[in-house]
Write a protein that binds this ligand. Structure first.
Ligand SMILES: [Zn+2]
Length: 83
C-alpha cells in the first residue's frame, strides 16, 4: 500500500533566501509553541509564526533581511479547518 505522504520536505527546503541569498534561514513554526519551541525561538533557531494558519503562508524566515518565503507544507494540514 502506497502512502500519499510525500517525502518532500527535504526537496522543498531551499534554505537560501531568494532575496538576499543568505543561508541564515530559520523555520517558521505555526500554532501554539511547545516549551522547547519557545526556547528555540529565544535562541533564534526558529521563528514563531503565531497561531494563524492560512493558505500559502511562508515557512522560512531570513534572519538577515527579514524576508519570509517558502510555501505550503503538508505538516500543517491537520491544523487547517476545512469548511
Ligand atoms: Zn534574506
Amino acid at each position: 500500500m502506497k502512502s500519499n505522504l510525500k517525502n518532500s520536505e527535504e526537496t522543498l527546503k531551499p534554505k537560501v533566501c531568494p532575496r538576499c541569498n543568505s543561508e541564515n534561514i530559520v523555520d517558521i513554526v505555526y500554532g501554539y509553541p511547545l516549551p522547547e519551541t519557545k526556547e528555540k525561538a529565544s535562541k533564534g533557531e526558529v521563528k514563531l509564526g503565531g497561531c494563524g494558519i492560512y493558505d500559502g503562508m511562508p515557512i522560512y524566515h531570513c534572519k538577515d533581511c527579514g524576508y519570509e518565503f517558502g510555501g505550503k507544507r503538508s505538516r500543517f494540514a491537520h491544523f487547517i479547518d476545512q469548511d
